[in-house]
Design a protein around this ligand. Structure first.
Ligand code: RP5
Length: 165
């Protein structure tokens, strides 16, 4: 079973990550959920990232808001891939988090998702993991088929609503 870490800077970030965690677990990915902060628990965050590979983790998802340096700090402490989720948690509508996360200097990349892009973080993680765990290819393909069916069904619903007006 592949193992992923989902690390949030604060408990307040959880709502954005719920779908991410559920999706990964539904697809039989083991998820190690952690609340660790780059500024409130810097030593613990560093120790976690440094030991992640030895602990069987294959990829990290890090979510944080405001001056969101969590993903970049974790990425600097491990050579595992780090996916960042900027959280919309302040008066700046998440732009502060997005720019803090996406503008990594050369050398330490963070694969940054959209603001509050928790679900895409799970999907992208599954895509990366599918290179080593082929069963995930099927899950990803099923997800695309369902998404297409949902869009077609919504088109039908829109037409019915307009016809009824
Ligand atoms: C960041 O600051 C967290 O990731 C969170 O998005 C934001 C606010 O944290 P709280 O003050 O709600 O704990 O570190």
């Amino acid at each position: 079973m592949p193992k992923v870490s989902v690390i949030m800077g604060s408990q307040s970030d959880l709502p954005v990550l719920e779908m991410c965690i559920k999706t990964l677990e539904k697809w039989d990915v083991e998820v190690d959920v952690q609340v660790l902060s780059a500024h409130r628990t810097p030593d613990l965050a560093a120790a976690y990232a440094r030991s992640a590979r030895d602990n069987g983790v294959e990829l990290l998802i890090a979510a944080a808001g405001k001056a969101a340096h969590l993903a970049g700090v974790l990425a600097s402490m491990t050579t595992l891939p780090v996916i960042g989720v900027p959280i919309k948690s302040s008066t700046m509508d998440g732009l502060d988090s997005l720019l803090s996360m996406v503008q990594m200097p050369n050398g330490i990349p963070v694969g940054t998702m959209a603001i509050n892009g928790g679900e895409n973080a799970a999907l992208f993680a599954a895509q990366v993991l599918s290179l080593k765990h082929p069963y995930l290819v099927e899950r990803l393909e099923e997800h695309r088929v369902k998404m297409q069916a949902d869009v077609l069904a919504s088109g039908e619903a829109v037409r019915q609503k307009l016809g009824a007006e």
